[in-house]
Write a protein that binds this ligand. Structure first.
Ligand code: TRP
Length: 334
């Protein structure tokens, strides 16, 4: 029997290189060996986008297409939409008795996010909604609805996993051994830096190259990328280690070209403009197969819908079984 993987993504925007080299490539490796459930977490996305339903709706399809384009195989991965699994919402209500408000307020991930969302939740989080504060409970329901044993997540999500494990233990201690305690595996062991040199590429940081960026956009972004500030003239020798252009050459270019870029940069026999032009070309070549797949799915929306429908159907079956067990344990199986 294969172990079950459950992970989720908030449909709030397209995927970028950070997602690809972090989570995406890891998912591709895992899809062969696990029973893989991939949740498009529209309900969770609404917790901080409740005033922007169009954005969430549009990105359910967009993010599914992104994931298919990078090589996730719909025959191996069950893509499903969170809101189509009402058991998750039901479980969230049951679990909410097992978590204190103080514990949620202490959750480091939630704290960071509240601080980032001043417009929505106030300068000191005084306008925090019940729904947002409680989304870790709903995420625990996401995971346990599917008996997720392995949960690939980024480092920032570890406190949510810990919170889920606590809920599971509390549930089992009160209602009897029913739920499995999930284990996190880090899916972003490889963190990708931003065009601005920031340690993390992020949608909200404005320093990302998206998988569906046009050639024109990629050109503009790369021409503006941060290089060694000590290099003033074209033939100054420079340090590739502090240059984002070299950093991306390293990610997407061939071994031979990477070495050439590195040694010429150190010698001062390569100007930054030339180097950026070569990177633009390498980046376009690298993204080409992904974009080709994307364009296939964009032209076959019925296929995308079918993939989501099939995955969601499987998820619904699994959720129904799990709900029976939970209700029995809680003595609400009338
Ligand atoms: N909170 C995750 C994020 O922001 C998305 C998510 C939703 C998730 N449900 C999940 C991750 C279940 C792991 C397991 O990226």
């Amino acid at each position: 029997m294969k172990k079950t993987i459950l992970t989720g993504l908030r449909p709030t925007g397209n995927l970028h290189l950070g997602h690809l080299f972090g989570a995406g490539q890891n998912y591709i490796k895992l899809q062969d060996d696990y029973d893989f459930y991939l949740e498009i977490a529209d309900v969770q996305a609404l917790t901080d986008n409740f005033n922007n339903p169009e954005k969430v709706r549009k990105n359910v399809t967009e993010i599914t297409i992104d994931l298919l384009s990078i090589g996730l195989d719909p025959n191996k991965v069950n893509f499903f939409i969170q809101s189509k699994i009402p058991e998750i919402a039901e479980l969230t209500v049951f679990y909410s008795n097992l978590v204190t408000v103080a514990r949620l307020e202490r959750n480091p991930t939630v704290k960071t996010e509240i601080a980032q969302k001043k417009e929505l939740f106030g300068n000191n989080g005084e306008s925090i909604t019940y729904g947002f504060l409680g989304y870790p409970v709903s995420q625990a329901a996401d995971i346990t609805t599917f008996d997720g044993e392995v949960v690939p997540v980024g480092e920032d999500q570890l406190p949510l996993l810990e919170q889920c494990r606590e809920i599971v233990r509390k549930f089992n201690s009160i209602y009897g051994e029913t739920l499995k305690e999930p284990n996190a595996i880090l899916s972003d062991a490889k963190r990708v830096k931003g065009l601005d040199g920031n340690d993390k590429m992020g949608k909200s940081l404005g320093n990302a190259i998206f998988l569906n960026d046009t050639e024109e956009t990629i050109k503009k972004k790369i021409m503006a990328a941060v290089t060694d500030p000590e290099k003033i003239k074209k033939d100054d020798p420079a340090n590739p280690e502090v240059c984002m252009v070299y950093y991306y050459h390293n990610l997407v270019n061939t071994k031979e070209n990477k070495e050439k870029v590195c040694s010429e940069c150190k010698k001062g026999s390569r100007g930054c403009v030339q180097c950026k032009k070569e990177l633009i070309e390498a980046m376009n070549d690298f993204l080409k197969p992904i974009k080709e797949k994307r364009s296939y799915y964009e032209n076959h929306p019925e296929e995308v819908k079918e993939i989501l429908d099939n995955g969601t159907k499987k998820a619904q079956e699994k959720a129904k079984e799990q709900m029976k067990k939970v209700k029995k344990a809680m003595m609400i199986d009338y």
